[in-house]
Design a protein around this ligand. Structure first.
Ligand SMILES: Cc1cc2nc3c(=O)[nH]c(=O)nc-3n(C[C@H](O)[C@H](O)[C@H](O)COP(=O)(O)OP(=O)(O)OC[C@H]3O[C@@H](n4cnc5c(N)ncnc54)[C@H](O)[C@@H]3O)c2cc1C
Length: 320
């Protein structure tokens, strides 16, 4: 009765969030005295056997091109069937776009208890209790799961990926895959150096930057740090930046290792999307800006003076 982990991918490559899920699932399997296996729906160019280094013993692959695009209902049915065929009692997914789309449908099909946004391994000393973030990360809830099949989606960046030694067996799994009921006619790919949700570092700008013509300083800093760019909601609403860069309660929710906020006040709705970042650096000319309360490091100063200097210093450091 293995712990099964969904391996999410896009453009033929396994997502970073899935590596965290694999480590989490492998550690959970150890805790439960069982083994961890991956489930890959579709095809990737990445080395599957190499995923053994994250602690899984086997990758169950359903090679079907229809699964290279996520149709939540098709995915949920396939995942539920795989869980049944493999006899898994716990399914682990990342609480990313795919996880959010498919977890609830899968739970309904399996009549499984579902905990979304988990931040730690379950406490299995007396039952099965999972700690999860609630109220946009402002509090935690401990949820007891009593169903025989359990599903956990873990918050990206809340569990450290550990790569060791090991090679996983790769095996084809034969299950029914329904035809997609939706047809994608057009895909507009976001062009950028680093996708926002996968980025380790995010440099973000707010209304303090005065206008779109001033975004060069944000982009230059992002470039030297190999970071993604983001913005506050009014910036996107004003058309200064594209909407896919808007982070916050009503935008993209991110949890990078480093979030640099430039000319952003730190309204609660903005914080809701970024407060899971490991380290927050705030640059704001107003020492009373609320964002400083959430910051690990703060610079009180004019962004137009501070940011170019910061970029230059980082360049110097990188060039040795
Ligand atoms: C239902 C709802 C949902 C919302 N969802 C979101 C959301 O998802 N994301 C989001 O971001 N907002 C959201 N908002 C809006 C949110 O309440 C704030 O209005 C918004 O985040 C403010 O954006 P800002 O910090 O860029 O602008 P401002 O509040 O105008 O702050 C600009 C900051 O820049 C600083 N500044 C000015 N000039 C400089 C300079 N030269 N150098 C350095 N600093 C400078 C100022 O001191 C100030 O702190 C939502 C609001 C509502 C009501």
């Amino acid at each position: 009765m293995p712990v099964l982990i969904l391996i999410d991918h896009s453009d033929g490559q396994i997502k970073k969030a899935s590596l965290e899920a694999l480590t989490y699932g492998a550690d959970l399997a150890k805790q439960l005295g069982t083994t961890a296996e991956g489930l890959l729906l579709g095809t990737v160019t990445d080395d599957l056997a190499g995923l053994g280094k994250y602690g899984i013993v086997k990758v169950n692959q359903v090679s079907n091109d229809a699964l290279n695009t996520v149709d939540a209902l098709v995915y949920a049915k396939a995942i539920a069937e795989a869980v049944n065929v493999l006899g898994a009692t716990v399914l682990v997914l990342s609480h990313n776009q795919t996880g959010k789309a498919v977890a609830a449908f899968t739970a309904a099909k399996l009549k499984a208890g579902l905990v979304t946004g988990a931040v730690a391994l379950p406490d299995t000393t007396n039952g099965f209790t999972v700690k999860k973030a609630v109220f946009s990360g402002k509090a935690f809830a401990n949820v007891a799961v009593t169903s025989s099949v359990k599903i956990i989606s873990i918050n990206p960046n809340s569990y450290k990926t550990v790569a060791g030694e090991g090679v996983a067996e790769v095996s084809q799994l034969s299950i029914t895959v329904d035809a997609c009921k939706i047809k994608i006619t057009n895909v507009n790919k976001v062009k950028g150096e680093v996708p926002l949700t996968e980025a380790e570092i995010v440099v973000s700008g707010g209304r303090g930057l005065k206008g779109p013509e001033n975004w060069g300083i944000v982009e230059d800093l992002a470039h030297v740090l190999h970071a993604a760019t983001a913005c506050s909601r009014p910036v996107a609403d004003s058309g200064w930046r594209p909407h896919h860069e808007h982070v916050g309660q009503t935008g993209v929710q991110i949890a990078p290792n480093l979030y640099i906020a430039i000319g952003i006040s730190g309204a609660i709705q903005h914080l809701a999307g970024v407060n899971r970042s490991k380290h927050i650096v705030v640059i704001n000319k107003d020492p009373e800006a609320p964002f400083f309360k959430a910051a690990d490091y703060g610079i009180v100063g004019d962004a137009f003076e501070v940011v170019p200097k910061l970029t230059e210093e980082i360049k110097k450091l990188k060039n040795g």
